[in-house]
Design a protein around this ligand. Sequence first.
Ligand SMILES: Cc1cc2nc3c(=O)[nH]c(=O)nc-3n(C[C@H](O)[C@H](O)[C@H](O)COP(=O)(O)O)c2cc1C
Length: 406
Amino acid sequence: MNFQNRTVVLGVGGGIAAYKACELARLVVKGRGTIRVAMTRAATRFVQPLTFQAISGGLVLVDLFDPASEATYGHLSLARSADLLVVAPATADLVARLRAGMADDAVTTTALAVTCPVLLAPAMNTRMWRNPVVQENLAALRARGFHVVGPGAGELADGDVGEGRLAEPEEIAVAASRLLGNLDLAGRRVLVTAGPTREPIDPVRFISNPSSGKMGYAVAAVAARRGAEVTLVSGPTVLPDPAGVKVVRVETAEQMAKAVEAESAAMDLFVGAAAVSDYRPQRASASKIKKGTGEETLVLSRTPDILAGLGARWAGAKDGPVLVGFAAETEEVIARAREKLKAKRCDLVVANKVGGPGAGFGGDTNRVALVSTTELAEIEGPKEKVAEAILDWILPVLEGRRPKQG
Ligand SMILES: Cc1cc2nc3c(=O)[nH]c(=O)nc-3n(C[C@H](O)[C@H](O)[C@H](O)COP(=O)(O)O)c2cc1C
């Protein structure tokens, strides 16, 4: 996660999970961000301000009436500097005070004065969490534009089991970086293919498949939002060009291979999400084939294997681009993905089973497995969420390789 050039203000509430806010602060520092901390009086009963001071490298605001910090209007300085305010843990009490618009301590005063987004990470006993007044307060804050992450479910510190656990620091950090418009792909060149290809039989007929292009377009859109310079080589789709993406439209597998070749010189990452036709009619008729009475035979030739071509070109090269392929399978999805990973010498295969509900061609959601030589992860949800997860997975691999100069 990249928090470079961003200031996250962390408001810590007085809950048992306050110690986990230390880990969150550390993740922001690790992501090269600036973290500044405000604590409620109750929070200081759980964690010493000195701990946050040591992690953040700055003074922690607790006392609104501290003459030293008030010499520079300390009670407003955090709010002025914030690109994002994260309240973690957001206690039931703090949620109620935020809803009421109170400004009776360092956290609520800061929250009232910020103009940036606010992310709440509630944490409390499950019975408190289920109380309608807590839910009402959160719903009102959500309606006012506050963002909420968690809580998770599981065993709570007090022995109860249920919802109310503070979201894991990693999860809060991911939500925070999303709200900040994470630019962790800045300076990277990304080439994405999407959609089907059409292999002409004659001027009015072709071989194709039902790929809508939505998954590849989502990857291109998300990569661009995360700061990458993105080129999308797209087969025929009805989708609009994603914002900030250079789109090259093609029809056939051959044209797609040529466009990829032309664009691939300085790429850092290739994501082959297109459903490229494996075969094309050996000869496309120049004129419409007339309907006859008997059988017709179509002789098919292999089309270029774009991913395998790239894999072979950079096989063993330490500075090659990260290569990601997609595999739509109807059976033995993981085994086939592993075979593809090896055969095409790529870094990751995104595999999905075609035909299941909520997955595959055409829909707005997807259910995929990310398969590498060492890992296997499953992701499900809207295609943009899946695209985010694919890019999150790729990021550490990418960070191991230098950006290409173009
Ligand atoms: C040991 C202990 C643990 C607590 N944990 C929580 C908690 O996880 N969530 C919560 O909402 N309140 C919790 N409370 C209650 C809050 O500390 C209390 O409501 C306090 O007024 C919150 O203050 P603040 O919202 O200003 O931080 C806890 C209290 C104690 C004594």
